[in-house]
Design a protein around this ligand. Structure first.
Ligand code: MN
Ligand code: MN
Length: 329
């Protein structure tokens, strides 16, 4: 296959020190979504600086900026697979989606519009949140034609119905709304790493009744990462699949900078192994959410976050280059 021009390369760390210059995601070119250049992008890395869905401890609105900063530490070549995603596809920093911190519903519209623009240009989104509500407007764009499957790493199912009476759009409800509105296929959805004190013993009932597979942390540690990920691959199959990674799936000893930490979580290495096991799936987008810099100003949590984002970028790049090779045959 004739490889198209890989116009967008990270600034090399051996020529310009990685602490120098203006921080963009992975040191990639920053492109305006409306520009002609953006049409050449295969994968867009985007920030969604919104935490208006947070029910308790806020701060994830500051995530994209700190994640951009720490992402300049990332090099280019995967240590295990040898994949350099920037040699497979064109990746670019497409900036931040527009939001209105004073208006949840308007923000959800603005975010969906932004992702619709990307999809019209055939750009696969890799998103840095923001709180977990931002996955809803993304799924609304990606799942508009047909519901997508999802592999979801989190301490929480985020399948609650409503908060504080009748508030339906919070970071504890995005996947219930996405299933109800037909953007997410519950029978092709698996949630991994679930734990923490519940509101009630019926917390999981609605999701289980829809056919969602919930893997609680005890089962994960008993069976092991590879066994659970094999099951995850079988559940989503070859159809289009989204990956949502809540940083609180990782143990707070590694990632304390998040609003709703839960002890007894994944190690960073287990998290890497889990994302690596997504290789070869038909992935159409991914997000890394709930990094809240005010709870970890050192940037340690954001470093964990961008390291997972690089793992996600590698499996997305493989999926996107496989699709484009197939479409050109
Ligand atoms: Mn979550
Ligand atoms: Mn969570």
């Amino acid at each position: 296959m004739e490889r198209k021009d890989l116009a967008f390369q990270p600034i090399p760390g051996m020529t310009t020190p990685r602490f120098a210059g203006m921080p963009t995601f992975m040191r990639l070119p920053h492109l305006d979504i409306d520009s002609a250049q953006a049409s050449k992008a295969d994968i867009g890395i985007i920030g969604v600086p919104f935490d208006g869905g947070t029910s308790n401890r806020p701060g994830a609105r500051h995530g994209p900026r700190q994640l951009r900063d720490l992402s300049t530490m990332i090099r280019t070549t995967h240590p295990r697979s040898g994949i350099n995603p920037f040699e497979l596809v064109n990746c670019a920093d497409l900036g931040d989606a527009p939001v209105n911190p004073m208006d949840i519903m308007q923000s959800l519209e603005l975010i969906t519009d932004f992702y619709d623009q990307m999809l019209r240009k055939d750009i696969v989104p890799l998103t840095a949140g923001g709180d977990h509500l931002i996955s809803f407007p993304i799924l609304r764009a990606l799942g508009r034609q047909a519901p997508v499957g999802m592999i979801h790493f989190d301490a929480h199912t985020d399948m609650n119905d409503a908060y504080f009476g009748d508030s339906k759009y919070t970071h504890g409800t995005p996947f219930r709304r996405a299933i109800e509105q037909g953007f997410l296929d519950p029978k092709r959805t698996i949630q991994i790493g679930i734990r923490g004190v519940k509101y009630d013993k019926t917390d999981f009932d609605w999701a289980l009744a829809q056919g969602v597979r919930i893997v609680e942390i005890e089962e994960l540690f008993e069976r092991g990462v590879q066994s659970v990920m094999q099951e995850a691959r079988e559940i989503v199959g070859h159809q289009t699949t989204y990956v949502s990674f809540d940083i609180d799936s990782i143990d707070p000893s590694f990632a304390p900078g998040t609003g709703t930490p839960e002890i007894g979580g994944l190690t960073t290495f287990q998290a890497q192994q889990m994302v690596r096991a997504l290789d070869g799936l038909n992935l159409i987008g991914a997000d890394l959410v709930e990094v809240s810099p005010p709870f970890d100003p050192s940037g340690g949590t954001a470093w964990v976050g961008v390291s997972i984002m690089f793992e996600l970028l590698c499996v997305l790049a493989t999926a996107q280059s496989t699709r484009s090779a197939a479409s050109q045959e």
